[in-house]
Ligand binder design. Structure first.
Ligand code: BGC
Length: 753
């Protein structure tokens, strides 16, 4: 072929490549011309119809032009059951039972990007079966407070771990043709006063800690929609926050999709319209007729409405609507997804302690006493918004019974009463003897005696403690992290009766283990672990698989040691007693009239939450301040030992690469999560003692050695420079700390950037 023709072809290829989408966000703009033509045909009324909810879980398309509504489904850990059009009351459908995936902190305990991706694919697929366009998830706020009501939905206290999982969850969902709505943007770290609190956080901390998990899902993952949080950040509500929504999200990150407020989290017409909100969820009080009125008076322009509609239509065009006669024709939960939930559960379980190798259970065990209601209570629903009507859920007791088979006797006793939460309706006429009315109700003598008797003649006792979804829930934070309803008394008595004792914590967040620790030679964090949680747990307890989960957050010795408490930043103010969503939900459950939203809140002073601990969140605080912890971030034991060879370090311009040999010296296959932390040496900038910068999950057969490579992108070593208002890479020396947990560093090496 002639040289010039070749050149021309090369040039054309280059032009074609340049004309394609430049970033994952730019994929959303490919239909802009078509969209503009549609907007030209729309009336103002039709446009404004798109800026607010149509039903409780949808917003309008343009019926006249054949453009479908946007249908939403609550995540983040399963497609929520269908509600009635105007609220959350279950619609009573038969085919809407979904797969219950392990909740956020359990997913994060896998430290697995691959599993986060798979999890996303599972959520995305089930959303399609239900005819949903957008999943209200992932929920990726940083776990700042051990008491946080939504810790179980969120991922981790660390931004790098949260960001990696949030990115892969997003990619998994969106690769199925479903969009994510990443939430809650941003700095939603407490439920106390969540509808009004002003989170006051400095810019560097905001960028380096709290925004990271959003940034990666939006910039690298192309997340198509974003849910502004209920709270305020540095003065303004998130749903009308110029800095967050217009400057950072759209300006710096190039976000091309649309934002929809959290339910009841829109606060004004002008604020929302001018400062970055597209859709009011729910209701039309602000982004309905008042928008038309404001255009008529000249306060707003129709161009602004067009811009918002364009952003919504971009997502509408990127996501193929599921035809009504195809959606909801089969059961939502599918075996393929149940297997994903199972895989995640297997790898999320954290062995916190294993004195005298109580675990795995000895082959000689003939009788097991399972004590504690958390062994039988289902965890799929509760906790308010995030819940799933699971097709099935294997409880821990069922998992143990099935695995034990006929050869091993399994006895069960409830041990303690279950705290069933605040009651909104009238008191029950015949109180349930297994239900506590107060969270700190002491142990019940009869239940205790029954449990001790069962423990006495068993070969091993497995105590199931922890919290439940009445204790850890959206809408409120825990008062403390103490084990509820006399569990400490129960475990002490069980130990007295039988020293061969394992404790399994079923909770989404950390608990105070000071007492339990004294009586329990082995402790396992079992999470709210999804549809197959009980099966996975039994496999770990019986030693069919080695535990391999690692803590995504710190267990402090006591609550007061944790950063926001130690700094006097939390609890911050007397609760105002009203939570917007709680009131809406309560109305839905027990009826009643709507509160006067605007008046009620306007009259209240703004509660403030100061973030003066800065970037010293979680282990960053404990390490830097030298405060001992109960179980460190990244901690998790196995049934085997791993040895870490010395690191070879290569410092490139764009990436620091570390390689080392990892050996499983044990006699069974096991996974290890390798963690690479960075400590700055002689930096002019202030840093926490060390920060996680890379990690991986490695599977090794018995006796096997693998060479592992970890990469730290130079961009992850930058800091937010408040003088220049930009990311800055400081050149200099680093110490690389490689290990099995943040407090179990096995190898050290220097690097220069
Ligand atoms: C929660 C959101 C949820 C929404 C709809 C709100 O109360 O904060 O996470 O997606 O309700 O259920």
């Amino acid at each position: 072929m002639h040289k010039n023709v070749l050149k021309l072809m090369g040039l054309m290829l280059l032009i074609a490549a340049c004309a394609g989408p430049k970033s994952p966000q730019d994929r959303l703009t490919v239909n802009d011309k078509k969209i503009d033509k549609i907007i030209e045909q729309m009336t103002l009324e039709e446009k404004v119809e798109m800026l607010h909810s149509k039903t409780n879980m949808s917003s309008a398309g343009v019926p006249r032009l054949g453009i479908a509504d946007m249908n939403y489904a609550d995540g983040p850990f399963g497609i929520r059951e269908e509600g009635v059009p105007n609220g959350f009351t279950p619609a009573g459908w038969k085919l809407d039972s979904a797969t219950y995936f392990p909740t956020g902190s359990a997913l994060a305990a896998t430290w697995s990007k691959d599993l986060a991706y798979l999890y996303g694919t599972g959520m995305g697929k089930e959303a399609r079966l239900r005819g949903k366009d957008i999943i209200l998830g992932p929920a990726v706020n940083i776990q700042r407070l051990p008491v946080g009501g939504r810790t179980y939905e969120y991922l981790s206290e660390d931004p790098i771990l949260s960001a990696a999982l949030s990115l892969n969850y997003t990619l998994g969902v969106q690769d199925q043709g479903t969009a994510v709505c990443i939430k809650h943007f941003a700095v939603n770290n407490q439920e106390t006063n969540r509808g009004s609190v002003d989170a006051q956080v400095d810019e560097r901390t905001l960028r380096e800690i709290y925004l990271k998990p959003f940034e990666s899902a939006i910039v690298k993952g192309g997340a198509m929609s974003v849910m502004p949080a209920y709270n305020r950040v540095n003065g303004d509500y998130c749903s009308e926050n110029e800095h967050l929504l217009n400057e950072i999200l759209r300006g710096e990150w190039g976000f091309k999709g649309y934002t929809l407020s959290d339910w009841g989290g829109t606060h004004s017409t002008m604020g929302a319209m001018l400062h970055g909100l597209n859709v009011q969820m729910t209701g039309s009080s602000y982004l309905g007729k008042p928008v038309i009125d404001s255009i008529n008076t000249g306060a707003l322009t129709e161009d602004l409405v067009d811009e918002k509609v364009r952003q919504i239509l971009r997502v509408r065009f990127a996501i193929e609507p599921v035809p009504a006669d195809v959606a909801n024709t089969e059961m939502t939960s599918k075996p393929e997804q149940q297997q994903i939930a199972y895989k995640v559960a297997q790898r999320s379980i954290v062995l916190l302690k294993n004195q005298g190798n109580v675990l795995p259970l000895s082959k000689n065990v003939k009788k097991i006493a399972v004590i504690g209601q958390n062994a039988v209570l289902k965890t799929q629903s509760g906790g308010m918004g995030a819940g799933v009507k699971a097709l099935y859920e294997i409880t821990p007791l069922q998992g143990i019974q099935k695995r034990a088979g006929d050869a091993v006797e399994v006895v069960y006793a409830p041990g303690y009463k279950n705290f069933a939460g605040r009651r909104w309706g009238p008191a029950a006429a015949n109180p349930n003897p297994l239900v506590a009315t107060a969270i700190d109700e002491p142990a019940d003598p009869d239940l205790l005696a029954e449990a001790v008797a069962a423990a006495k003649d068993a070969d091993v006792v497995i105590f199931f403690g922890g919290t439940n979804k009445n204790i850890e829930t959206e809408g409120s934070d825990r008062q403390n992290i103490k084990l509820p309803t006399g569990q400490e008394e129960v475990v002490a008595a069980l130990y007295e009766a039988n020293h061969n004792l394992v404790s399994v914590l079923i909770s989404g967040g950390p608990c105070d283990l000071q007492v339990l620790e004294q009586y329990s030679p082995a402790i396992v964090q079992g999470w709210w672990n999804g549809t197959e949680g009980g099966t996975a747990l039994a496999e770990v307890l019986f030693g069919d698989i080695a535990p391999s989960g690692k803590l995504p957050f710190t267990f402090p010795v006591k609550l007061e040691d944790s950063p926001a408490y130690a700094m006097g930043n939390f609890p911050n103010a007397a609760p105002t007693g009203g939570d917007l969503f709680t009131e809406q939900y309560r109305r839905d459950v027990i009826g009643g009239s709507a509160p006067q939203q605007g008046d009620r809140r306007a009259a209240r002073p703004v509660p403030v939450s100061k973030y003066t601990e800065g970037s010293l969140v979680g282990y960053r605080w404990f390490d830097t301040k030298n405060v001992p912890v109960m179980y460190a971030f990244g901690h998790g034991l196995s049934y085997v030992d791993f040895t870490y060879g010395p690191m070879k370090v290569k410092s490139g311009k764009k990436v620091v690469t570390v390689t080392f040999d990892l050996t499983n010296t044990g006699s069974m296959e096991a996974d290890e999560v390798v963690q690479l932390y960075v400590r700055r040496i002689d930096s002019k900038v202030e840093w926490p003692y060390k920060e996680l910068k890379a990690f991986d999950r490695v599977t090794l057969g018995a006796g096997e050695t693998k060479t592992v490579t970890l990469e730290i992108p130079a961009e992850d070593l930058r800091y937010w420079n408040v003088d220049t208002n930009s990311w800055t890479l400081e050149h200099g020396k680093l110490e690389l700390l490689l290990g099995s947990a943040s407090d179990d560093i096995r190898q050290k090496a220097d690097a220069t950037i």
